[in-house]
Structure formats: C-alpha cells, structure tokens
Design a binder for this molecule. Structure first.
Ligand SMILES: [Zn+2]
Ligand SMILES: [Zn+2]
Length: 155
C-alpha cells in the first residue's frame, strides 16, 4: 500500500486548517458499528485526529473509505477501491463485516448510513453519512436532536 507511510498512516493536506482557530470544529472521537466495534482508526489521520474508517463495497469490489472526523469537513479518501462518482455503495464494519444500518433517506435518494456515537447503537446518537459517492450529505444527531453545521459555530 504505497499511499501509506511507514507507520501505516496516511497524511493529507487538510482544508480545515484554514478555518481552525476562527471556527469551532467538532471532532468525532468515538464511533461504533452495531456490534460495538470502533470505527475510528489511526490508519487515516485528519488534521492530527484519527479518522473514521469504513468498509465499502461496490459490485464485487471491496475496500475501505476514510472520512474526516472533523464535523463539516467533507474529505473522504478511498483505499484499495475505485469509487466512481454517483455510484451507491454498501458500507460495512471493517472489523466484523456487518452492514451498517440505514438511518434515513438522503435528499439524493440514496441512504444515510448510521454510524453510532455510543456502543448502544442508538439512532438517537449517531452520524448519518450518504452512501452515494460524491454526495457529501451528513447528519449529526445527539440525544435525538439534529445538529446543523451553523449550530456548531455557536456551541
Ligand atoms: Zn463490527
Ligand atoms: Zn446523498
């Protein structure tokens, strides 16, 4: 895997750095599959923070996709798989292979896939990410309440 450095990490230019210090950013530190496996991995580091690592399947191909743990940062990196724009993929836990459940329907017609903020796997505390490549829609829900990006600036 030539895109990894010696420590098994991938380092990328981070667009969030430009706004860091002027806007508060929410960083996802813990995230779980329905079976309680962590979806946060140091294999992909964004702005110094471990990223969200998910299994991704498209037809017969399988790979990984890393998402920034920084709320509002839309950076996504695919590893070992080509992900053409607009395709709908299957997202699963890279540890146990369980499919991540659908949280809601995205505005684009694909699924917002749920990643859980607690081991209880409650839809009241989850992140929904769209499973269509190129759709950067995401929802952050805590205590059953939807957090919008504009609200974050006032947190
Ligand atoms: Zn799992
Ligand atoms: Zn979408």
């Amino acid at each position: 895997m030539e895109r990894f450095d010696k420590k098994g990490m991938i380092l990328i230019p981070n667009p969030v750095r430009k706004v860091a210090g002027t806007v508060k950013v929410l960083i996802v530190r813990e995230l779980f599959c329905p079976a309680g496996h962590s979806l946060i991995s140091e294999r992909a580091v964004f702005n110094g923070y471990p990223g969200i690592l998910l299994g991704v399947g498209l037809n017969e191909s399988k790979g990984l996709v890393a998402l920034s743990p920084v709320c509002g940062d839309k950076t996504r990196i695919s590893l070992d798989i080509d992900l053409p724009a607009d395709r709908i993929v299957n997202l699963f836990c890279p540890t146990c292979g369980i499919d991540l459940p659908r949280y809601a329907t995205c505005g684009c017609g694909a699924d917002l896939t749920a990643l859980f903020l607690t081991r209880n796997a409650s839809f009241n505390d989850c992140i929904g990410v769209c499973n269509r490549i190129g759709c950067i829609n995401a929802r952050f829900v805590t205590n059953g309440e939807l957090i919008s990006e504009t609200m974050l600036e006032t947190l």
